[in-house]
Write a protein that binds this ligand. Sequence first.
Ligand code: ADP
Ligand code: MG
Length: 236
Amino acid sequence: MQREDTAVISLRGIGLTYPGPPPVTALHPCDLQVGQGEFVTIVGPSGSGKSSLLNIVGLLDTPTRGDYFLDGIDTATVSDAQRAALRSERIGFVFQSFHLLPHRSAQENVELAMVYQRVPRAVRRRRAADVLTRVGLGHRVQGLPTQLSGGERQRVAIARALVAEPSLVLCDEPTGNLDSDTASSVLDLLDELHADGMTILVITHDTHVAARGQRTITIRDGALTETRRSEVSTPC
Ligand code: ADP
Ligand code: MG
């Protein structure tokens, strides 16, 4: 695997056209760099290309043009198995609808994220308990998802995303199913993780959520425009 970039995410001239027919250009060629420890939000209306971008960054889809470097690794040069390993080891996913296994406890849901790594069971158990404590759920480790509130479920999902110590936490509408107070406390947790040095990318249609980022990038009709807090610039 080739390494040649220090950013966690480096998209260079990335574009995506779905073949159709008819072909649909979901992303126009764009550049995006996310450095280690940054908290970046991407905001755009429905149909603007958010999921397409998320799928590329999350190694769930491949761009039709351009280059994507994750931790300096040219993702076009890796095998399918290496790609799957990059995804599970370096990216923690947090989804709107939590994606927890319903018949497993919070503890088990988090432990399962380490199942493909060669981590002994006792270590998995301890790490899961530690990270659940980190997200404020040390007292609910045995709770089933159905017995937890929406905010608690999302905390379990965040714990699961963190437990393998990823390079990047990638969140897709992380507060989309939460009431505004609960959403705010989940966003506070992301702020804390950012303060601890975690690299976070949040994709959302909600401008209030987007405002939590250190940098916010707007996506419209498949084109990215960056608004820095104190200036306006266009990365592509
Ligand atoms: P968002 O997540 O912001 O709602 P998407 O990335 O899902 O936007 O979609 C961007 C554009 O690409 C839309 O015009 C959508 O209809 C189109 N699109 C998404 N997925 C496909 C697909 N598999 N095939 C063809 N067009 C698609
Ligand atoms: Mg979408």
